[in-house]
Design a protein around this ligand. Structure first.
Ligand SMILES: [Zn+2]
Length: 245
C-alpha cells in the first residue's frame, strides 16, 4: 500500500512522533476499526481515527439524531435532526479525510450479528452507553480474538481501558456483577465524552502502530475533582467469558 505525497503532507505532524513514522502510518492505512456507537464517545473516536488515516472505519449506530444529543455530539448540525447518525458521521468524516473508507452500519448490534461483523475489523472501539452492549462486545471480541478499547462516561466521571480478552483480563473480569440498567437518561456534561473519546483514540493508535499499551488497567478520570485513578485489573479464573471452563 503506497502512501501518496499528499498523505505524507497530511500526516506530517504524526510521522515525526517517535515510534510512529512511515512504518506506523502504513500500519494505520492497512488497519480497520469498528466504532460501535456514533454518539458522544463514537464521534471523537471516529474523527481522530479518520484524521490519523486508519484505512477503513465501520460506524455502527442504529439511532437518528435528536435535539438532546447536541450538548455533547458537537460534530452534528441542528438542521440534521431526525437523520441517521452513522450516515451523517460517515459523510462528514469523508470530507475530513477522503483517503479513508467509511462503512456506515445502521444496525442494532446483538450477539448474532456482532460476531460475524467484528471479524472484518482489526480493532473494536466500545463507544456504547450501556452494560448489556459492552458485555456483548466483550464476549464477541473474546471469541474472535480481537482487542477493544472501552470508554464510558457518567456525569463528570469517565472510564477507559484497553481490553484484550485473549491476552489479559476481560470486561467481565473487571465488572463481574452487571450493574442494573439506568432508569432514566445518564447525566453527561459534553466535554467529558469528548475527552474520554480522544483518549480512546490515542490508545487505538498505539495499538494499531504496535506501540506499548497496558492491557490490565482501568483508568478512572474524576473530572469533578481533577483526579485520575488507575485500577489494576486481574484475570478471574472462573470468569464466565474468558476463564477456564
Ligand atoms: Zn474475563
Amino acid at each position: 500500500m503506497r502512501i501518496s505525497k499528499s498523505e505524507l503532507e497530511r500526516y506530517a505532524r504524526q510521522l515525526i512522533v517517535p515510534g510512529m513514522g512511515l512504518k506506523g502510518q502504513n500500519k494505520l492505512k492497512k488497519a480497520s476499526a469498528l466504532v460501535v456507537g456514533s454518539g458522544g464517545l463514537g464521534g471523537p473516536v471516529s474523527s481522530y481515527l479518520a484524521a490519523a488515516g486508519v484505512g477503513r472505519l465501520g460506524l455502527a449506530d442504529f439511532g437518528d439524531l435528536e435535539l438532546s444529543n447536541l450538548n455533547r455530539q458537537v460534530f452534528f448540525r441542528t438542521r440534521d435532526i431526525g437523520r441517521p447518525k452513522a450516515v451523517l458521521l460517515a459523510a462528514q468524516l469523508k470530507e475530513l479525510n477522503p483517503h479513508v473508507v467509511f462503512e456506515p452500519l445502521r444496525v442494532k448490534l446483538d450477539s448474532a450479528n456482532l460476531a460475524p461483523l467484528l471479524k472484518k475489523y482489526s480493532l473494536v472501539m466500545d463507544c456504547t452507553d450501556n452494560f448489556e452492549a459492552r458485555f456483548e462486545i466483550n464476549k464477541a471480541c473474546f471469541r474472535a480474538g480481537r482487542p477493544f478499547v472501552h470508554g464510558a462516561v457518567y456525569g463528570f466521571e469517565g472510564q477507559l481501558a484497553v481490553i484484550d480478552p485473549r491476552r489479559g483480563p476481560c470486561l467481565k473480569c473487571a465488572f463481574p456483577h452487571t450493574p442494573p440498567p439506568l432508569k432514566s437518561a445518564a447525566p453527561v456534561p459534553g466535554p467529558v465524552p469528548g475527552a474520554v473519546g480522544a483518549m480512546q483514540a490515542a490508545e487505538a493508535l498505539k495499538l494499531l502502530c504496535g506501540l506499548p499499551v497496558s492491557r490490565d488497567r482501568l483508568l478512572i478520570y474524576d473530572f469533578a475533582h481533577g483526579m485520575l485513578h488507575a485500577v489494576r485489573l486481574e484475570k478471574i479464573k472462573s470468569c464466565p467469558v474468558c476463564g477456564r471452563r
